[in-house]
Write a protein that binds this ligand. Structure first.
Ligand code: CTP
Length: 368
């Protein structure tokens, strides 16, 4: 399929953009071009306008992004998110600092500020069969190579080194020789904690996160926690589905496992609970990420907690005890707790027995 047909097939939302853009200098850029050439679908689209993006943004009913000095905007059309930006160049006053931004007079100038050749290509909206590829990105895509545009790239923005790990993991690409050398000299300490953290979280959000962390470690970008990589791999597998699944927190969880030594949850790893009730009492003091961490470190008893014991509920509640004459207050809680304990340990069964045990325990508490 030709570039133009691919573009139309993957991004039908471009119809609306084309109508609004007319003859204007509007370009599809960055990851959207790369993924199109790789034959990978994606939901979001980056567009650059040489001149000013505000007019196009207004025609599309896009919401301006307020904090940006140059017009940028976001709009969602047919479920596809479109990022609009004004073409710009960037100059870095200091390593790792945020760049000084100037308007770019051409799309080539805008492409020249970017991280890797595979991300520095553009397709003009008015001429969608044409690929603007000043840095040989297409050839690098075909060869499976990550290459920076200039030797100062990682000095300008060391977070690009983490981006390299992300793309290398995702696409199975290699670093080009000089890029590899430059990357080994990258110093993530020059960037703010927030930006470093954001980079790690994006790495952790990759399907191939484990491979990404392994590469980042191999390249000297990060220092994982003891056994961090092995534990991250086990965690990714454990939380993928089933009773341990933790879909929404996956990235945060993997990032923690890779980088953070064991914490308070080591208590769970060392514990040998003598009964289900003892297990529940201990486990419920920890949040789900801590439970996952303990489980991949060997607290296999938590499997039964997560599959069964955690969800064991009484058939009675506090109202039943109050109706039977127990005064409101701590006695109610004590009664229910005792009944749950006995139920967990298989000593009682059914509503009648629950009530009997709970009342006895509550009365003992109220009386004593
Ligand atoms: N970019 C860059 N340097 C950075 C961050 C971004 O050059 N430090 C450029 C790249 O051209 C990139 C584009 O901005 O393609 C958009 O960045 P981003 O949305 O982070 O990446 P995508 O390429 O869209 O990758 P992904 O598929 O992971 O979203």
């Amino acid at each position: 399929m030709e570039l133009k047909e691919k573009l139309v097939a993957v991004h039908p939302e471009l119809d609306a953009v084309r109508a609004a853009a007319g003859e204007g200098p509007v370009y599809v850029v960055g990851g959207a071009v790369r993924d199109l050439l790789l034959g990978r679908g994606r939901a979001d689209l980056d567009l650059v306008v040489v001149g000013n993006a505000s007019e196009l943004a207004a025609k599309l009913g896009a919401e301006p992004v307020e904090h940006e000095r140059f017009a940028t905007a976001k709009v969602t059309i047919g479920g596809h998110e479109i990022d609009l930006a004004t073409a710009r160049t960037e100059a870095y006053a200091e390593p790792g600092a945020l760049p000084e931004v100037e308007p770019a007079g051409s799309i080539e100038a805008d492409l020249g500020r970017r991280d890797f050749t595979i991300n520095a290509m553009a397709i003009p909206m008015g001429e969608p069969s044409k690929l603007i590829d000043p840095h040989g990105g297409r050839a690098d895509l075909d060869a499976g190579v990550l290459r920076v545009l200039h030797p100062a790239s990682f000095i300008d923005d060391p977070t690009r080194a983490l981006r390299a790990a992300r793309y290398a993991a995702r696409f199975g690409f290699e670093l080009e020789g000089e890029t590899a050398e430059l990357l080994r000299a990258a110093d993530l300490d020059t960037v703010s904690e927030d930006r470093r953290e954001a980079g790690l979280l994006r790495l952790a959000g990759e399907e191939e996160a484990v491979r990404g962390f392994a590469l980042a470690a191999e390249w000297g970008l990060i220092e994982p926690a003891p056994d961090g990589l092995e534990l991250t791999a086990r965690t990714a597998e454990l939380i993928a589905d089933g009773p341990w699944s933790l879909a929404e927190d996956r990235a945060r969880m993997l990032r923690t496992m890779a980088m953070q030594p064991v914490g308070r949850e080591s208590e769970l790893v060392d514990a040998r609970p003598a009964s289900p009730s003892e297990a529940v009492e201990l486990a419920r003091r920890f949040d789900p990420p801590a439970l996952v961490s303990a489980r991949v470190r060997g607290a296999y008893w938590l499997d039964e907690y997560v599959r069964e014991w955690r969800d064991v509920k009484l058939e009675i509640d506090g109202d039943d005890l109050v109706a039977a004459g127990v005064p409101q207050g701590p006695a109610v809680g004590a009664g229910l707790a005792e009944a749950l304990r006995r139920k967990l340990d298989g000593e009682i069964d059914g509503r009648e027995q629950e009530l009997e045990i709970a009342l006895a325990a509550a009365r003992a508490e109220a009386g004593g």
